[in-house]
Design a protein around this ligand. Structure first.
Ligand code: AMP
Ligand code: GLY
Length: 423
């Protein structure tokens, strides 16, 4: 079967790496891909939201299964586009339809879904520019820190956490009145602050049943000790050591089951990944957010631990026979360290030659913002490469990744030296 993966990050290289191991995959395409995917698949120079371009490529290359990596095409309705097209409607798409993708596309939609289905989450209210004054009043009823969220997609930047009430009011105003996050902040959700440790839970669903993948913990801040600006993710660890069997059972019963049941009750067809961002408050799991895709760099530690054939899983999801598949997980820990361009997540330079990749033998180098230029691998983004290792313990795996990184060089290369520090 010919398979197309949509996206160009470390997540998509990891998908390609895993799909490529399946005998069921005869042709593998990635749009637009990166240097990592180019080494194992055919890259197609098509943007992730160019649905017409994707359609042409699917027909031309006889693709039967499409795996959507990032959220943008899902929120813009790529799955619906396939279903509505006579030539594409029989192609399997992994990723929810537009209506369900609103779980990530709108914070308010996600909050209403959680409240409706009794899924534990932070108390909240949402506001538009018509009721800014009500928002100020709601802020006054809360204790600091104050959590402000742009309702729509804001490239991971739409959440502000502020300690000062006046500053919170002024940011709130700037989101609604000055369109600080453009369209995304025409609505703003104000939330109760939850104090605890975060983890992510990944669920596969075919709309009828579900399977839970290993948990992971992501390190979002640029600086050591979780300081500084938010990034897409600077490293990840799987499994999460504090996620005990008892806690995981609670997540399954209190969050995963009501989520999958809720999708059914609300008539929201869903074939894809549900990425549940959780926070452990005391002993209780609470949902911070839903994403309708896999995480990046969480994919780089979750998929390497999956022993089951991923194409078999995708086919079962598309055929609604997921309950018949058994998911086997490697007992070992996996960790990844993200190598980034100096300056990221603010301005950074591109086009720097990366050397030493071939010397990495004890770890897997998943390429992200990297591409081929004149036969050399050069940087093309902020997050450049995720170095994944296995270990009997997460400490051992982390050590291996750091040793492998010693081989890698490019001008102004940066990475966090403390992944796993808080576990
Ligand atoms: P989100 O985009 O909703 O995942 O939010 C980004 C980050 O903000 C999360 O990963 C958390 O670290 C933090 N965050 C979001 N909501 C809350 C909350 N209610 N309480 C505490 N931290 C939060
Ligand atoms: N690493 C967080 C995300 O993919 O959203």
């Amino acid at each position: 079967m010919n398979i197309l993966i949509i996206g160009s990050g470390g997540r998509e290289h990891t998908f390609a790496w895993k799909v490529k191991q399946s005998e069921r995959c005869t042709g593998l395409f990635v749009a637009p891909g990166n240097s990592g995917t180019e080494s194992i698949a055919t890259n197609l120079n098509i943007a992730v939201t160019d649905f017409e371009g994707i359609k042409k490529a699917v027909i031309q290359n006889k693709i039967k299964l499409v795996v959507v990596g990032p959220e943008d095409p899902l929120v813009q309705g790529i799955h619906d586009f396939f279903l509505q097209d006579n030539l594409l409607k029989n192609v399997a798409v992994i990723g929810p339809q537009k209506a369900a993708a609103e779980l990530e596309g709108s914070k308010e939609f996600a909050k209403e879904f959680m409240i409706r289905h009794n899924i534990p989450t932070a108390a909240y209210q949402s506001f538009t520019k018509e009721n800014v004054e009500d928002g100020y009043q709601f802020l006054e009823t809360l204790n600091p820190p104050y959590v402000l969220k742009a309702d729509g997609l804001a490239a991971g930047k739409g959440v502000l956490i502020l300690n000062d009430l006046d500053e919170a009011k002024s940011e709130f105003k700037s989101m609604l009145i000055d369109a600080k996050f453009g369209e995304a902040s025409t609505k703003v959700v104000i939330e109760e602050f939850l104090d605890g440790i975060e983890l992510s839970c990944f669920v596969l669903t075919d709309g009828k049943d579900y399977k839970i993948l290993p948990t992971a913990k992501d390190y979002k801040r640029i600086g050591e000790g979780d300081k500084g600006l938010n990034t897409g993710g600077m490293g990840a660890v799987s499994p999460v050591p504090f996620a005990t069997k008892k806690f995981l059972d609670r997540i399954e019963n209190e969050v995963v089951k009501p989520t999958v049941e809720g999708l059914k009750k609300d008539n929201l067809p869903y074939v894809g990944f549900i990425f549940i961002g959780l926070i452990k408050v005391g002993d209780d799991p609470k949902v911070i957010e839903y994403n309708v895709r896999m995480g990046d760099p969480e994919t780089e530690v979750v998929l390497p631990r999956l022993k089951t054939d991923l194409v078999e899983i995708f086919q079962a999801m598309a055929n609604q026979t997921l309950s018949e598949v058994s998911i086997n997980i490697d007992e070992r820990a996996a960790t990844t360290i993200m190598i980034v361009s100096g300056g990221y997540p603010e301005a950074y330079e591109k086009g720097k030659e990366i050397t030493g990749i071939e010397k990495i033998t004890d770890s897997i180098a998943f390429h992200a913002g990297a591409k081929f230029k004149d036969g050399k691998v050069v940087t093309s983004g902020g997050r450049v490469m995720a170095i994944t290792s296995y270990g009997n313990t997460y400490q051992e795996a982390i050590k291996k990744s750091y040793q492998s990184i010693e081989n890698l060089h490019f001008d102004k290369m940066n990475y966090r030296k403390d992944i796993g520090f808080d576990l």
